[in-house]
Design a protein around this ligand. Structure first.
Ligand SMILES: Cc1cc2nc3c(=O)[nH]c(=O)nc-3n(C[C@H](O)[C@H](O)[C@H](O)COP(=O)(O)OP(=O)(O)OC[C@H]3O[C@@H](n4cnc5c(N)ncnc54)[C@H](O)[C@@H]3O)c2cc1C
Length: 317
């Protein structure tokens, strides 16, 4: 049996931020992730300045390409608005690998299946044991499923289905476009050119609304590709997209049960308007580490529920 004081399940931004903070507080921590890193993560990779603030990261010190946008093009009901802002984009393949390396804790490739509680400790797959267990395994986190879902299932109406493709592409238009509610999509679509010669395109919408419409996210994807083509933003067929589901923010009355915690997508924390989840993942990871070391309660009630106000009215504007 491999014992550690804390075990974090999932090495995405939530788990990596939590592991980093636990290490700073001298709590012996082990991270388990089912995938060897670097790994692909289905995500647009848009981050807000508040993510950089949380990580105390100056853009020029980030070791990979980071794209800065001072303007976004919003398309809504046939009209286009240019919005002055300050936003960034990274590639998750690089960013997540950088974040977990920054934590400087041991990471093992292991897909967690079974967790039991025995004599005040959590036993994972008869192999790992810990006093504190942090569920950072994203939407399908086994910690959430074992200890939280039975009493506090996440709200199915808050579930978003999203697909994206990121691929090397010589973008003629270097601006970031966002289409809201295009062709009855219950969400938004994006065209996000990145430094280093990559393009990320994608769409996301509420799954319950899609079902009511009798349409799938892939139906909307095909329409979206046509739009991009007609607007001259792409000139050939992109690779097949990858899909994922995640929950928008709902109240999380108990992110801690005993010494088990849920953070990031495992708790369902993405913002209600833009589905921004990276900031919430990192914030909740830091908060969980603080609750463990300070023996204090954990609450996500004060985390921002929307992204658009900070995007459209940044403090310096
Ligand atoms: C298409 C799409 C686009 C998005 N775009 C953005 C965006 O531009 N900006 C933004 O802020 N948010 C975006 N989001 C949301 C964002 O990706 C998530 O909110 C964020 O990744 C949550 O981080 P996390 O660490 O909680 O989970 P994840 O990043 O999902 O990490 C979970 C980790 O747990 C591991 N894991 C899962 N199950 C197990 C298991 N059984 N055992 C061990 N390990 C396991 C996984 O391998 C993974 O590494 C997007 C989401 C989607 C689907």
């Amino acid at each position: 049996m491999i014992a550690s004081e804390a075990i974090v399940v999932g090495a995405g931004p939530a788990g990596a931020a939590c592991a980093f903070e636990l290490k700073q507080r001298s709590i012996r921590t082990l991270v388990l992730d089912r995938s060897p890193f670097p790994r692909h993560k289905v995500c647009a990779g848009w981050i807000t300045p508040r993510v950089l603030d949380l990580l105390a990261l100056a853009p020029e010190r980030y070791p990979h390409a980071m794209t800065r946008f001072d303007r976004l093009l919003f398309h809504l009901w046939g009209r286009t608005f240019a919005v002055r802002t300050r936003q960034y984009a990274i590639r998750r393949y690089e960013f997540d690998n950088w974040m977990i390396a920054r934590a400087r804790v041991p990471v093992r490739t292991h897909k967690v299946k079974t967790i039991i509680r025995e004599k005040g400790r959590y036993i994972i797959d008869d192999t790992y044991s810990c006093r504190y267990l942090i569920g950072a395994g994203g939407t399908h986190c086994p910690v959430q499923k074992t200890f939280f879902n039975p009493t506090r299932p996440r709200c199915e109406n808050a579930l978003v289905a999203a697909v994206e493709a990121e691929y090397p592409w010589d973008c003629r238009d270097r601006r970031c476009h966002i289409w809201f509610f295009q062709d009855t999509l219950p969400g938004y679509a994006w065209y996000l050119p990145k430094a280093g010669g990559y393009l990320n395109i994608g769409i996301g919408g509420k799954l319950a609304r899609l079902r009511q419409q009798g349409r799938t996210i892939m139906d909307h994807w095909r329409r979206f590709i046509e739009t991009l083509y007609l607007q001259g933003l792409i000139r050939s067929m992109p690779p097949a997209p990858r899909g994922h589901t995640y929950y928008l923010r709902q109240p999380v009355p108990r992110p801690r049960i005993g010494n088990a915690f849920v953070i990031g997508d495992a708790a369902g924390l993405s913002t209600l308007d833009m589905g921004e989840g990276i900031f919430a993942a990192i914030t909740s990871g830091i908060a969980a580490a603080g609750a463990i070391s300070g023996h204090t309660p954990l609450s996500f009630d004060r985390m921002p529920r929307f992204s658009l106000p900070a995007m459209m009215f940044p403090p310096w504007k």
